[in-house]
Design a binder for this molecule. Structure first.
Ligand SMILES: C[S@@+](CC[C@H](N)C(=O)[O-])C[C@H]1O[C@@H](n2cnc3c(N)ncnc32)[C@H](O)[C@@H]1O
Length: 235
């Protein structure tokens, strides 16, 4: 997952404006505004780069190719090739965050509890957990939309979201890349799991209090919001 596609990721996804705004707002509202920060699923380091002036940054990701780009972008960050459902990093963090629907990549849903438990174990008491999710509403909308296609560095990238059948909570992001010249086309499939907000909050409950649940615009979010951002306090 995210291996061949890593080199196109930044250009296809664009500037991380909305998620950075939500993260900055949560950190300003609920603190701390400095200390140690850890990103779960840090990808190419787009967000770590922005936190670096204020935080001592660490990131983990399961894709070596994404992590390699993050290493070039954020040479001062501590980076780990690791699975967010099963990792151990020394010391306590002040902020742990996981953005751009990274948690949706984790399935089955029982493993979301592993992520929350590990986040709790790696945060100091009172520390902040920030994450976002694509809701079922958004994933279903995407699966009904036409495939989306764009040119990046001479390559054609086509993105199509499908749902295997209407009884499943798994949606698949099919990424087809036709590189320029003689290079072979390749495809990757990134699955995303839809999980209801009530279930997410029940799984957070053993370790976290929910401080805020907002949509892309920073307004109170619900199941019909496309994208939901959570700020949670480690009890
Ligand atoms: C949509 S990207 C988000 C990257 C970054 N957070 C951002 O905002 O640009 C999801 C990232 O999560 C990583 N990922 C997916 N499942 C993971 C897992 N179980 N453990 C660690 N990283 C994972 C992928 O390799 C990918 O880099």
């Amino acid at each position: 997952m995210y291996d061949g596609f890593a080199q196109y990721y930044d250009a296809v996804m664009g500037a991380p404006t909305a998620r950075l705004e939500r993260l900055a707002e949560f950190v300003a509202d609920y603190g701390p505004t400095g200390g140690r920060a850890l990103e779960l699923g840090c990808g190419t380091g787009l967000l770590l780069e922005h936190l670096q002036p204020d935080f001592e940054c660490s990131g983990l990701d399961s894709s070596p190719s994404m992590l390699e780009i993050a290493g070039r972008r954020c040479p001062a960050a501590s980076l780990y090739l690791a699975d967010m459902t099963n990792f151990r990093i020394g010391g306590a963090f002040d902020v742990i965050y996981s953005l751009f629907d990274t948690l949706n990549h984790v399935s089955p849903v029982e493993r979301w509890s592993d992520v929350f438990r590990l986040a709790a174990e790696h945060l100091r008491v009172g520390g902040l957990l920030v994450f976002d999710v694509n809701t079922r509403t958004r994933l279903a909308d995407l699966s009904r939309a036409e495939p989306w296609s764009l040119e990046v560095d001479g390559a054609r990238v086509v993105l199509d979201v499908t749902q295997a059948d209407s009884s499943t909570d798994i949606f698949e992001f099919h990424i087809d890349v036709s590189p320029p010249g003689e290079r072979e086309p390749f495809s990757e499939v990134v699955p995303e799991l839809a999980v209801g907000l009530e279930e997410i909050e029940a799984r957070l409950h053993p370790w976290f209090s929910v401080l805020a649940r907002v949509d892309e615009a920073g307004l109170p979010a619900g199941e019909i919001s496309g994208h939901v951002y959570y700020a949670c306090r480690r009890r």
